[in-house]
Design a protein around this ligand. Sequence first.
Ligand code: GLA
Length: 380
Amino acid sequence: MKMKNTILKEFEERFHTAPQLYASSGRINLIGEHTDYNGGFVFPGAIDKVIMAAIAPNETDRVRVFSIDINEEAEFGLNEGDIPAQSWARYIFGVCREILKRGGTVKGFDAVFAGNVPLGAGLSSSAALESCFAFALNDLFNNNTIDKFELARIGQSTEHNYCGVNCGIMDQFASVMGRKGKLIRLDCRSMEYEYFPFAPDDYELVLLDSKVKHELADSPYNKRRASCERVAARLGLETLRDATMEMLDSIRSDISAEDYFRAKFVIEEKERVLAVSDALNAGDYETVGKMMYETHKGLSKDYEVSCEELDFLNDTAKECGVTGSRIMGGGFGGCTINLVRKDLRDSFISTAKSRFQERFGHEPEVYPVVISDGARKVEL
Ligand code: GLA
């Protein structure tokens, strides 16, 4: 409520017209990490942390956007050469350009936005920003004729072409397609998906933010993807989706040790997501948790996207008897996601906070997870 009023007030003061209001969400991912760009499965859900934007067409060919959180305005045109200097504004510029490249319509507009998705925490604040604007511009200028998959792809292409991150489709898909109380199992090759209700009686999902900031652009993220693509090509496959450990072992001496371990993680992770689907259907949260720990191990040892702080949080979870715990998102910092029994929740959080503080000099931030709707128009 407070965010909505702040945004509307700022818009009124700057632009003196009546805007429409839109929002899109950050995401969690239960399991299936670094599998999306390998044609595998992911298991995300949208959360109750959003980017919200007030937007109104301005009858010009210029875009004026004010970010409340950064306290900065950007102005740009809609041609390829008009790319703004501010990195945050490139997400919005990219969305405009990707809609135009697909034959859609974008005209000049004014916008004010703010958010409560923590930045660099692995909760996909950038996907929330892209999805919020893609959804809004589809509504304002395209009569909602661009389908939701395409809106997600518009966000993904924005990352590739304007932000330097060769990401998969998971974050934007979850941000656009998220539904209250439901996780989504998405097959990133066929784009078939299924909603899974997630409201266990005895368990809760808790995020612990290490506060180690990750920056995916120009990061080892793109290198991880390149490793996977090299191995797939070596196996004569389009992606690692159809690769097996036997196939990988058969080319082990022809590829680098690094590429071998990256591909090993991806192949194993694919199986874990399927095991988690079965376990969720059976209400078997112990197995879900076991798989989460396995994923952490793989991400830390084989995929090497962990850091000391995240490994520490994972060890602490294990020692506290937490059912499942792992790095979430791209890695290199950000959060662990923890599947914890409700009766253990408080003691786990206080132990994790005090141990982490003692070791690293600051507390991890705790976010409870509320699985929520994705991109939407907000009632004024
Ligand atoms: C980032 C990317 C996603 C996905 C995850 C890792 O969040 O944006 O596409 O690859 O990392 O699973």
